[in-house]
Write a new protein. Structure first.
Length: 373
């Protein structure tokens, strides 16, 4: 099959879950004999990168521009990518992000076999204005009526579409790769030691609760540090408040920014005392899977999406700094008992969230699409 992956920032994956899925899925489909093209947003790659890399892990890369506006960046690039794809003879067009549902009319009208990954409930995110939230709700409703295959990565999201819209979706989770620490010296550049810090890797947005983590940590009596990896592309009042509070913590809270070096990210994960997962909107979160695959002891925000994945391989906190502080204290008091949680987390990844089984599911789906009118 000739397959187009559209709607992500592109590969190599350097930003979020969609990009990781495109890279890991696309590369494995190539290994199985399929031809895969990934459409990349031109603004995320330098001219030299674009000239040097026309292919990645066997996938063909096509760079197209996007508008430099948060509300329109995704739509503008997806529009160009879909227009470009129509004359390229793709057998399957796989589009990420429910916001792109209005644009799927193009490939569908031309008789293309299209699938849409709806992600989570994006309209709940605090970063969007009322207009943006209304648009995402509209996109959901429209997606539920399109003659395209809808894919979700969470059974909770699958239930939501069934109950709210009466629409069935195909459940296919994200994947992760089990990894162990290889070079503990990499974290030394931040003045860190193995087991000497709490870690959270996330975008600095309200629904991910990094500010709540900062406030909970500041109430702890511990020699361990807090490391918050991440940031936002568009600076906000929330991100500024987080930076301000962290700056008054006397050096015990580190904000190293966005880290794209995969080896360094893995070392940070495998050497953390505990991983704080604050995300409360959306489906299966790739950062949670990554932490579990690294054998992290996870303290997670208590919402159905996270419980579906983490199960009893971690503990949970409510949206309250005091409650999170108590859970962090619980972990500190039971440091010698956390190994069982760590191994259980890796077992869940091996059995339910490995990329080979994820690719099996997508490949089967794409083949089924070809058999249906």
């Amino acid at each position: 099959m000739k397959i187009a992956l559209i709607g992500t920032r592109g590969v190599p994956a350097q930003y979020g879950g969609f990009e990781t899925c495109a890279e890991e899925l696309g590369a494995r489909l190539v290994e199985r004999g399929h031809r895969v093209t990934v459409y990349c947003r031109k603004g995320y790659y330098s001219p030299s990168e674009r000239r040097a890399r026309r292919e990645h892990r066997g996938m063909s890369l096509i760079y197209l521009p996007q508008l430099k506006s948060r509300p329109l960046e995704t739509l503008s690039h997806t529009l160009l990518a879909l227009l470009h794809s129509l004359g390229k003879g793709f057998d399957r067009i796989f589009v990420f992000n429910c916001a792109n549902s209005p644009l799927l009319a193009m490939p569908l009208l031309f008789g293309k076999k299209a699938a849409l990954h709806v992600d989570g409930l994006e309209w709940k995110r605090g970063k969007w204005s009322r207009l943006g939230q209304a648009y995402y709700r509209y996109s959901e409703r429209l997606a539920s009526r399109l003659p395209a295959v809808l894919i979700c990565d969470s059974k909770a999201i699958q239930h939501y579409y069934r109950e709210r819209y009466g629409r069935e979706t195909r459940y296919i989770p994200y994947g992760a790769q089990i990894h162990y620490g290889r070079d503990g010296s990499l974290i030394g550049r931040f003045g860190l030691e193995p087991g000497g810090y709490f870690l959270q890797i996330t975008r600095f947005e309200p629904e991910n609760n990094p500010l709540l983590t900062v406030r909970a940590f500041k109430g702890l009596r511990t020699s361990k540090k807090l490391v918050l990896v991440g940031g936002v592309k568009y600076r906000t009042a929330y991100s500024q408040a987080l930076e301000c509070e962290a700056g008054h913590a006397g050096g015990s809270i580190l904000l190293p920014g966005l880290i794209y070096d995969q080896d360094l990210r893995r070392e940070l994960l495998t050497n953390a005392f505990a991983y704080i997962h604050g995300n409360e909107v959306g489906g299966t979160n790739p950062a949670l899977l990554e932490a579990m695959a690294a054998g992290g002891f996870v303290i997670s925000r208590d919402v159905p999406y996270n419980r579906e994945v983490l199960q009893d391989a971690g503990i949970y906190f409510e949206k309250d700094a005091e409650d999170l502080r108590r859970k962090m204290e619980w972990a500190l008091a039971r440091e010698g008992e956390l190994a069982a949680f760590r191994e259980k987390a890796r077992t869940i990844i091996r059995e339910k969230y490995n990329w080979e089984s994820v690719t099996d599911a997508y490949e089967s789906l794409f083949l089924e699409m070809g058999a249906k009118k």
